[in-house]
Design a protein around this ligand. Structure first.
Ligand SMILES: O=C(O)CCC(=O)C(=O)O
Ligand SMILES: [Fe+2]
Length: 365
């Protein structure tokens, strides 16, 4: 562990400044890159501070998110997420989306209404993850067009999302450079694989709900899952509740509490496969914030609402990836054959890809 790093529980905090500061030396960058890669290899998650993503832009995006989710349900419904789970754009009402892990299956519900949510009534019959979301991408994505509000409704929101989207892309590229250096590859190695910015900006709101729903573990804010993509950059408010599974102890979860000014970066299934399983795509979830489980606030009967903003970074759909140089050898043969982003074989992604391909096929008829 270098002098710039420290630990909160198990997820390391890495000072990313050398990648932002033009005057930093290659050695300084290399140390940071090594720390990030080591974290990805050990737990799949890392906090970055001094990451260069403009704090005001991030704070303004949280403001937009709060304003968005405060809109009346009938207004939010004017930018509806398509019924297809493969088209990740637009607004999903609380309970509209179910997160599934591995082969877990289930049909999508029509969501829960505000009265049910406030009372806790009927919610458990309907859904396990109680959150609402708004997803957007780049404007010129023909495969997955954005779904915005009609003109005149919630003005400025679209521009704010797109501005933040491209700001995040700049940070993504720096993280990809660090990932390359960590592998002792030229720092631009991963950039051509991520040239399209096939990414997803997701605004998440976990509404305030009765504590009993979360405490008895019948409901979750977001159940255990891995991310599908290369990398996820996550910004969270100060409520807490994000947890990652200890890769060495199945079923043991480690809190990833808010660290002011940080972003949490985690590796997804695609990067795990690309790295010949040397990098972990770790199971994570959002539960009741630890401070509300024990301690003075344990009697709280309502869990405060929580906002987070994950930015999912995907590889270009046109690229074929083979195991990263250095992650395989005669002693550690390749576990996977070359693959494209659309046919990644880890189960959750395969489900996605199949839906995606089916949808495209259907669109052709
Ligand atoms: O809200 C969070 O902190 C985590 C969200 C998450 O894991 C996801 O959207 O995939
Ligand atoms: Fe996630």
């Amino acid at each position: 562990m270098s002098s710039e790093t420290m630990r909160t529980n198990e997820v390391q905090i890495v000072d990313f400044a050398p990648f932002i500061d033009d005057t930093s030396t290659t050695e300084q960058k290399q140390m940071v890159a090594n720390d990030i890669l080591r974290s990805f290899q050990s737990i799949g998650f890392v906090y970055l501070i001094n990451h260069g993503l403009d704090a005001e832009k991030a704070s303004s995006m949280f403001d937009w998110s709060r304003k968005l989710f405060d809109l009346p349900p009938e207004v939010k419904a004017l930018a509806p997420h398509p019924v297809s789970g493969a088209h990740h754009r637009g607004y999903s009402a609380p309970g509209r989306e179910k997160v599934k892990q591995y082969s877990e299956s289930g049909s999508e519900s029509d969501g829960v209404n505000a009265t049910e949510l406030a009372s806790g009534q009927n919610v458990l019959d309907v859904v396990r993850d109680i959150k609402e979301s708004f997803e957007s991408g780049r404007e010129d994505d023909d495969e997955m067009p954005n779904i915005w509000f009609p003109d005149g409704i919630f003005p400025g929101f679209k521009e704010a999302c797109l501005d933040f989207y491209w700001a995040c892309f700049e940070t993504e590229k720096l993280i990809l450079k660090a990932l390359a250096l960590g592998h002792n590859l030229p720092q631009d190695y991963f950039l051509p694989y991520h040239s399209q910015a096939d990414n997803q900006l997701r605004l998440l709101h976990y509404p305030s709900i009765p504590a009993s729903l979360l405490k008895n573990e019948k409901a979750s804010r977001i159940p255990s899952h891995t991310d599908f993509c290369s990398l996820t950059m996550l910004m969270q408010d100060n409520i807490g509740g994000l947890e990652v599974e200890d890769p060495n102890h199945a079923g043991v979860f480690i809190p990833v509490p808010p660290v002011p000014g940080s972003i949490v970066v985690n590796a997804g299934d695609f990067l795990m496969r690309w790295s010949n399983n040397t990098i972990k795509s770790t199971v994570h979830r959002v539960r009741i914030p630890p401070s509300l489980v024990d301690g003075s606030s344990s009697n709280a009967d309502t869990i405060p609402s929580r906002y987070s903003i994950p930015y999912f970074c995907g590889a270009d759909s046109s690229t074929i990836i083979d195991c990263i140089p250095g992650t395989w050898s005669t002693e550690r043969p390749k576990l996977y054959s070359p693959i494209s982003v659309l046919t990644n074989s880890r189960v959750p992604f395969a489900i996605q890809a199949r839906e995606y391909v089916m949808e495209r096929l259907a669109a052709n008829y």
